[in-house]
Write a protein that binds this ligand. Structure first.
Ligand code: NAD
Length: 328
């Protein structure tokens, strides 16, 4: 199957090449999919898309006109593709529902620990030969209440890690996971109660019409003053302006963010030497108590291998004229 891989990066190309078998003629472009780059797929049957691509209605219409029938998403999230339009155009879309939930859960923990134990500041002071510890006081996680919003594969893996830390666990989800309750003693509650009681809140739900700006002025106002807020899910789940207000008024004492609402033109590219034309992002990264990583929570060898093998398995199924088990 002639396949064009959009938004290829140095970190995932070797994994895709290794997973591809001779049924798939993979071509690569660094360009992200959008209305202006949709025509690059002329002559291909399938495209492989990343979270930084924009599978808008207009982009998909152009691709369908070129005969593209298959969209293989190399991600667990699928909020970047207009699924209704793809269906209307008769295009099949598959994703990677599970690769390594541990990669993202462990990154959420890395953000928590780095913020709490002030590892970045500690390193900076150390490099200045300053060994005074006064600015580096943290808190024990043991015994603290951690709220998990979305207790699916990633939220579940994170819950199990925090259970190991000796935390009290509160969950909010539209579905309760009985096994997780038995394993970790997590108590499901409303989002409001979770916010009122948690010392740390981790966001692990998908971005969709129900969760867009779920974290807004109103919900931030319910949180304990001094809470730590971690988001490794999707930037759009949080109203960034309201997050900035919550940082300014001290409700949020620490924010660990792997995702940002308007990340698409920024993340995954080298902007060295250029000014970023995003004042909201500049403001966000100016806080010493905000730690931002550029959507790298998934970036482990195990996760990249899993993403590549499932992506190729989805193409394999279509090559055999079968339905992929990961179709959306
Ligand atoms: P999952 O489907 O296993 O779990 C999502 C959970 O959220 C489910 O339990 C679901 O019931 C719950 N949920 C759905 N709607 C909800 C709502 N309105 N309120 C509360 N809970 C709700 O998915 P997952 O594999 O755990 O991934 C979760 C999200 O993490 C993905 O959708 C993706 O956006 C994000 N993600 C980020 C990275 C990264 O690198 N930062 C990597 C992979 C996934």
């Amino acid at each position: 199957m002639r396949t064009l891989v959009y938004s290829i990066h140095g970190f995932d190309k070797p994994f895709l090449e290794m997973a591809a078998n001779d049924k798939h003629e993979l071509a690569f472009t660094k360009e992200p999919l959008n209305e202006n780059t949709a025509d690059l797929a002329k002559g291909y049957e399938a495209v492989v898309l990343f979270t930084s691509d924009r599978g808008t209605a207009q982009a998909l219409e152009k691709q369908a006109a070129h005969g593209i029938k298959y969209l293989a998403l190399r991600s667990a999230g699928f909020d970047h593709v207009d699924l209704a339009k793809a269906k209307e155009l008769g295009m099949k879309v598959a994703y990677v529902p599970s690769y390594s939930p541990y990669a993202i859960a462990e990154h959420a923990v890395a953000l928590m620990l780095a913020l709490n134990r002030k590892l970045i500041l500690g390193q900076e002071l150390m490099n200045q030969n300053n060994f005074i510890l006064d600015q580096l006081v943290g808190f024990d996680l043991h015994g603290k209440t951690v709220g998990i919003v979305g207790t699916g594969k990633i939220g579940g893996a994170y819950t199990r890690i925090m259970h190991g830390f000796g935390c009290k666990l509160l969950g909010y989800d539209i579905e309760q996971d009985q096994e997780l309750i038995e394993d970790t003693n997590i108590s499901y509650t409303s989002l409001e109660r979770l916010c009122e009681q948690s010392d740390v809140i981790s966001v692990n739900c998908p971005l969709n019409v129900c969760t867009k700006h779920m974290f807004n002025k109103e919900i931030f106002s319910k949180m304990k003053k001094g809470v730590m807020f971690i988001n490794t899910a999707r930037g759009g789940v949080v109203n960034t302006n309201d997050l900035i207000d919550a940082l300014d008024n001290g409700i949020i004492a620490f924010a660990g963010l792997d995702v940002y609402e308007y990340e698409k033109p920024i993340f995954f590219y080298d902007h060295s030497g250029k000014a970023l034309e995003d004042r909201l992002f500049e403001k966000l990264r100016s806080y010493p108590n905000v730690l931002i990583t550029g959507h790298q929570a998934f970036l482990t060898n195990e996760a990249l291998k899993g993403i590549a093998s499932t992506t190729i398995a989805n193409l394999d199924a279509w090559e055999r004229n079968e339905i992929s088990e990961n179709e959306l």
